[in-house]
Ligand binder design. Sequence first.
Ligand SMILES: Nc1ncnc2c1ncn2[C@@H]1O[C@H](COP(=O)(O)OP(=O)(O)OP(=O)(O)O)[C@@H](O)[C@H]1O
Ligand SMILES: [Mg+2]
Length: 140
Amino acid sequence: MQYYSRSPEQTEEIGARYAEELRPGDVVALEGDLGAGKTAFVRGVLRGLGYAGRVTSPTFAVANEYEAPRGAVVHCDMYRILDEETLYELGFEEYLDGRRIVLVEWSENIAYALPEKRKTVRISYGDGPEGRTIETVEAL
Ligand SMILES: Nc1ncnc2c1ncn2[C@@H]1O[C@H](COP(=O)(O)OP(=O)(O)OP(=O)(O)O)[C@@H](O)[C@H]1O
Ligand SMILES: [Mg+2]
């Protein structure tokens, strides 16, 4: 599916609707340049799953875990994770136990560790400072 967002709020709204398709065990790779809106999209996903609290970027924590009313969620940011050992120390494998929805920013850095069966959300810059194209791709 392809969507066009004209504001951070619209990106969150698209994320919230996308959340309806998500089930425990789903892994979502979020692709897009710095500041594209990956975290904004995840904020919407959490809202769509009924989570009312604050959703912040896991840039330093690497992974934030949430118990949302409609599912457990792990939101990862792999921007600074490049090697397999660091990823192993993080315990990333355990997140893939099928009990949660896993959303991964900068997943290209850990492509070797992601299941082949994963969904993709691609966010690209569009017209003006707030325009974004959002493309969702189903798992194989
Ligand atoms: N249509 C839009 N959708 C999402 N964010 C937008 C949009 N227009 C402007 N923005 C702004 O772009 C920024 C997106 O930040 P966000 O942290 O979500 O990006 P990110 O892709 O997660 O970046 P990073 O790779 O650094 O983690 C915010 O400052 C937001 O206000
Ligand atoms: Mg981010």
